[in-house]
Design a protein around this ligand. Structure first.
Ligand code: DL6
Length: 825
């Protein structure tokens, strides 16, 4: 087993049991005679929490006294999932706990499953942030995460009559992992106006006056590293009225609603996570959320820095702030405001500090996802910040004018202010200008941002400002926790669990690729994981699937660019081919289960239509007696992190089939391969680097390349001879004929391809997709060769650990060093 804590471990299972019982009986005030799984979860979580808190306090004390440079990861989303299993594994005491729980009459899996997911994110961006926190702590970096404490995380998805229905997810009923810090508060200002005057020395002073104050209250959660005592902090801000609970005067005069109105208005700020993935709608509340969180976090960061009494020029040597996408970009003018208006620095000094402090990660090139805020809205909500943004822009425009005097149009192209009606603030440009490094999240993506959205900025700043950090995943959650048997098998061959801290060690298992025993065990583990998913599918959806079938899985947010529509059209085509076959021919067919899962943004009608089509196809195919087990279609409701832990280890093939050039990286591709599944994918995002690492023979690539996309789109619209692929035409014909229910419901989806230019190139890639699926069927028949591919792939996945990412950020962007805990005897 991995080395355990020496200071805080449970010495025996009896000690563990007695602490669990103590918490059940005292903290939770439950009788042991009436102790259900929920109470058992509470007792175990609190017992482990006690362990974490000791190391958490020590880590904070250690960091305070050493006062090293710290990293602050500002992310509006942290898709954490469940905490208990992770805490047990990182602390290294799960075995003891399992035994102890058994004696108390509970199964560990049942207790773990009582915990609600902390689902404070939409998808890849938020889950990446959660993996990064795990790696930062594991690698002993002094780091804090900052986000909002949403009362409601991403909605729960229910499927009713084949349609997605959104249900609020109130996750805070019982959350033993958070600690309210009622003494750590920040008053955040909105609205009002700016008064300017000259002081005696002739310096212009700006004062942001009046407006409205809302109080941010800190809630902290411990983030334990794996195999280390470092336990970092995730600080979430909750909003409340700054003038107390409610207005007694109004209450006394019978104005009951008005008496709590201010409180409600304030609490609304941190109430709900916006459920849009890759789309910004420009709503005032969203801008309020962003500023509220940036202002509270920066106040906190500056307060910590000021304790050291260092000069301001030392700030970038003590503080690295990473902007996870443009959502925290207001932190740039906010730090300027603090330095100029509150600390009295001159512009140039303040700006130099700001640029050295921030780094910006871009996660998308999709135009609809690039944030812009209307100037009148920013003026109304944050009048002083708008002035600062205009000043930043003015200086930048002068710089560009001086350096590119011949390219007059460049000014308009790169200006932070878009000259539209109304004028808009381009947040990505502000983020680029205010940061010293800008990174993309996979090689192709990092190249694309330099040739598309930030092309001019590469000319202005030179290429060195732009860099790449290919995404990664934490092997602790996505191998050790999700697939304990595989983790154990690997450990048995490598002589321990060191590979969980250095994933490149995985390469050593390639030596076992021909080892009979190893192969057998590896195959059995995959089968057991498929049985686990089959069991879940039966329990949750009443659908029986045969674990010997090829499990084909696509789980991610539903979006046209991710092309779940290509997948389901392919499934329909497969179904039609099966129907055409004689019973004899069918006997030769490789049985397959197509699993889908993912949420659609509530306002994204096309994505919801795709979900509906998948469910309608499932209803027909799964009940067709001719087909039986040859094809099943399952939509896994309410896909989330804890379900992903069951789903990812169970794939034979997973689908990462975005239109080339649209998926910045993808991270579930990494999770599936690490767990012994192969990939069908386009040459997009991290698929390309996965191919480089595992070898072309071990991945099924298809479709057009990103460099061809623009020409194809152009041809669809202008060449006049855009013809739908005949196989796809056949699929459309049966949809139109009502084979999957009322055709009218799917006409917009079909027409987006047939009549509206097929922006996502579904038709262009369809034939190559179908052919590649056939190759997969054939390859799967040779189970031995398939197994060799999967083992080889796992052994070559070392590059995709989020630990590697964090070391790259630390070296190339943050310039921070780990602060390891002292060794214990
Ligand atoms: O970088 C994490 C993740 C990538 O793996 C996905 O490819 C990308 O789509 C996602 N981006 C977003 C964009 N949201 N915004 N803004 O979620 O980031």
């Amino acid at each position: 087993a991995w080395k355990k804590f020496s200071a805080t471990e449970f010495k025996t299972k009896d000690e563990f049991e007695s602490e669990v019982v103590k918490h059940i009986e005292t903290t939770l005030a439950r009788s042991l005679f009436n102790c259900d799984e929920a109470a058992a979860y509470g007792g175990v979580a609190l017992a482990f929490r006690d362990r974490l808190v000791i190391e958490w306090n020590r880590t904070q004390q250690r960091q305070s006294s050493a006062d090293p440079k710290r990293v602050y990861y500002l992310s509006l989303e942290f898709l954490m999932g469940r905490a208990l299993d992770n805490a047990m594994l990182n602390v290294g005491m799960k075995d003891v706990a399992k035994e102890g729980l058994g004696e108390l009459g509970f199964r560990m899996e049942d207790v773990i499953s009582q915990e609600r997911d902390a689902a404070l994110g939409n998808g890849g961006l938020g889950r990446l942030a959660a993996c990064f926190l795990d790696s930062l702590a594991t690698l002993n970096y002094p780091a804090w995460g900052y986000a909002l404490r949403y009362k409601y995380g991403i909605f729960k998805q229910e499927i009713v009559d084949g349609y997605q229905v959104e249900v609020p997810d109130y996750w805070l009923d019982f959350n033993p992992w958070e600690f309210p810090r009622h003494d750590v508060t920040v008053d955040v200002q909105f609205y009002g106006h700016v008064r300017k005057y000259m002081d005696e020395s002739g310096k212009q002073i700006s004062v942001w006056e009046d407006g409205e104050l809302v109080t941010a209250v800190a809630y902290d959660a411990p983030i334990p590293g794996f195999g280390t005592r470092t336990t970092n902090n995730l600080r979430l801000w909750s909003s409340k009225a700054s003038h107390g609970e409610f207005d007694f005067t109004k209450f006394n005069s019978g104005e009951y609603e008005a008496s709590v109105a201010e409180q409600q208005r304030a609490e609304t700020i941190s109430a709900v996570l916006y459920p849009n993935d890759s789309l910004e709608r420009g709503k005032e509340l969203r801008l309020k959320q962003q500023y509220f969180w940036c202002a509270a976090s920066l106040f906190d960061i500056v307060r910590r820095f000021k304790k050291s009494r260092k000069a301001w020029k030392e700030f970038p040597n003590q503080v690295a702030i990473q902007l996870n996408d443009t959502h925290p970009t207001l932190a740039i003018p906010e730090l300027m405001r603090i330095l100029l208006d509150q600390e009295g620095l001159e512009w140039d000094e303040a700006w130099s500090i700001v640029q050295k402090t921030f780094g910006y990660t871009n996660h998308t090139v999709l135009p609809e996802a690039l944030e812009k805020w209307s100037v009148p809205l920013v003026q109304h909500l944050l009048p002083r910040h708008l002035q600062i943004i205009y000043d930043i822009n003015l200086n930048f425009m002068h710089y560009v004018e001086r350096n590119f005097p011949k390219d007059r149009e460049m000014l308009g192209r790169v200006s932070i202010i878009e000259e539209s009606t109304p004028k808009m603030v381009r947040m990505a440009y502000l983020a680029v200008i205010g940061s010293h490094k800008v990174n993309g999240v996979a090689e192709l993506h990092s190249d694309l941002i330099k040739t598309t959205i930030f092309k001019d900025f590469v000319k202005i700043y030179g290429p060195d400002k732009f860099t790449n950090v290919t995404n990664g995943i934490t092997p602790r959650r996505w191998l050790h926790q999700a697939n304990p048997r595989l983790s154990e098998l690997i450990a048995s061959k490598l002589g321990g669990y060191d590979f969980l801290r250095d994933l490149t060690l995985l390469h050593k298992i390639e030596a076992y690729v021909d080892d009979k025993e190893f192969r057998k065990e590896f195959q059995e583990i995959k089968y057991a994981n498929k049985v686990r998913l089959a069991k879940y599918t039966k329990e949750a959806h009443g659908i029986s699937v045969n674990p010997s079938s090829l499990f084909d899985i696509q789980v991610k947010r539903i979006h046209e660019y991710k092309r779940q529509q290509l997948n389901i059209f392919g499934v329909i085509y497969r179904y039609l081919e099966l129907k055409d076959m004689s019973p004899e021919e069918r006997k030769k067919v490789q049985p397959r289960v197509s699993f889908f899962g993912g949420k659609a943004a509530p306002g994204y009608w096309m994505a919801k239509t795709i979900i509906h089509l998948i469910n309608q196809v499932g209803a027909v195919v799964n009940n067709d007696k001719d087909i039986g087990d040859l094809l099943k279609v399952v939509f896994l409701e309410d896909y989330n992190v804890s379900k992903a832990e069951i789903i990812c280890p169970a794939s034979d093939i997973s689908e990462h089939i975005s239109t080339a050039g649209t998926e910045a990286s993808g991270t579930s591709n990494m999770k599936f391969v690490l767990n012994g599944g192969l990939v069908i994918g386009t040459c997009d995002g991290a698929n390309i680097e996965i191919t480089r690492e595992i070898g072309e023979d071990n991945i099924f690539l298809f479709g057009n390349l990103s460099e061809d996309v623009e020409d194809l789109r152009h041809a669809h619209t202008y060449s006049g001879d855009f013809a739908i692929d005949p196989k796809l035409e056949r699929v459309f014909a049966v949809i139109r004929a009502g084979r999957f229910g009322d055709a009218a419901q799917f006409s917009a989806l079909v027409n987006s391809i047939v009549e509206h230019g097929d922006y996502y190139l579904v038709s262009d890639d369809f034939a190559s997709y179908i052919d590649t699926q056939k190759l997969i069927d054939a390859a799967y028949k040779d189970q031995e060769a398939w197994l060799t591919k999967t083992i080889t792939s796992v052994s070559r996945m070392g590059f995709f650990s989020s630990d590697r990412c964090i070391d790259e950020y630390a070296e190339m962007i943050w310039n921070v060093e780990p602060l390891a805990p002292p060794k214990q005897n």
